[in-house]
Design a protein around this ligand. Sequence first.
Ligand code: TRP
Ligand code: ZN
Length: 466
Amino acid sequence: MRSKRRGVAMLATLVTVLACSPADAPTPPAAADRRAGAPGIGDPDFPSDGNGGYDVSHYDLVVDYTPTTKRLDGVATISAAATQELSAFNLDLTGLHVRGITVDGAPATFTRAGDELTVRPGRAISAGDPFKVKVTYTGQPKPAKDNANLGTYGFIPTSDGAFVASEPNGSKTWFPSNDHPADKATFDFTITVPAGVTALANGEMDEPPTTSGGKTTYRWRERHPMATYLATATLGRFDVRRGDTPGGIPNLAATDPKFRDSLDSLYTVSGEITDYWSEVFGPYPFSSTGGVVDDYSAGYALENQTKPLYGGFAPDEMIVAHELAHQWFGNSLTIRRWKDLWLNEGFATYAEWLWAEHKGKQTAEATFTALHQRPESDPMWAYPPGRAQPDDLFNQSVYTRGGMTLHALRRAVGDHTFFALLKAWTAEHRYGHVTTEEFVALAERLSGKDLGPLFDAWLFQPRRPA
Ligand code: TRP
Ligand code: ZN
């Protein structure tokens, strides 16, 4: 699901570029064919992430995983619609062995090159037509590595299962996908694991798991659109607590046995914070909330849709506040391009400060003032957070200076307008895509002020704002 028309306009540009390549230049077959979908979705910072020419509406993932052998057997059925005539199209997939592919039930041929899987259906798909591609695959998933500050991400095998946290482009380590947030889709997961292992994916289970022949199958369903990086199938031994938040939202907390002591507080705090954010940011966008603590020392957390994942630590309230704020900022409202990442991380960081303020600990104003006093030499002032850099996407500035941007805005427009703006933002773009320009425009419309200079100083200048 790609909201609005921008993706199509961008695609037209890409197709033009491909069509204009000089006839005598050696071009790979895919590029030579104007009817082949582009190998990237058009994010200039991540040119091979995602793919062009189609729009996914649903992933049906059937996976069987055995922790002892670290082997995964998968069948991914992807429902999509062509946005151009397609003689071929790409999926993103790293490693793993593809056993076969069908398109609308008919065998298709395919080739692999790096993380690009090119599928060639028996006959071309017409522009606008829906189609289903079924990929049968197997192998030992290998996580992705980032040299800057992400470390290891994607499908990470653990001794008792797997820790699955895929931001920004690690979905392709465990299922074939259009691996870019510009294409969101709903998901069904059917996960089979050895009996005794729990499988925790996004959304809810409509029926209890079934066990036979020493294996248990879990069926999870995420009915709301989700970016691929938020998809999880975290596997292992878990203690689980379920119920509803005081406000009535289904709540599930799960902890690795090593973190059993934190199960109740994770459950309670996640419920309390989900309810509070529902008042501050607007109605909770999904059908359940919760959190998962696994015994993998990632040192980070990820806002996996409906089930934030905490890597090897019992989270404090601030981190839970952060990950649950992402359910609105990042998950319901999703960035179209990675350069706008502050719309996720700046908002989630500001939410931490709002939580401290709510708890009477420290006002956001005090947090802001202390940070603003950091010397000119602090690296945060050299990195403009409104333009996240692809080689250092998760720089601290995107978080901290991004959060400060929101406080500077709150000061400029006043509390009444600021909190109305947060609610209007989440309401207008619920389940959709967002850009920085759209946020600035909404802030100006609701406040009636020219906020250009404020946003420019806070988001785009490589220096400390006055
Ligand atoms: N979005 C995460 C957060 O701030 C951090 C993060 C970035 C991450 N990339 C990741 C976590 C990859 C896990 C895997 O909450
Ligand atoms: Zn975050």
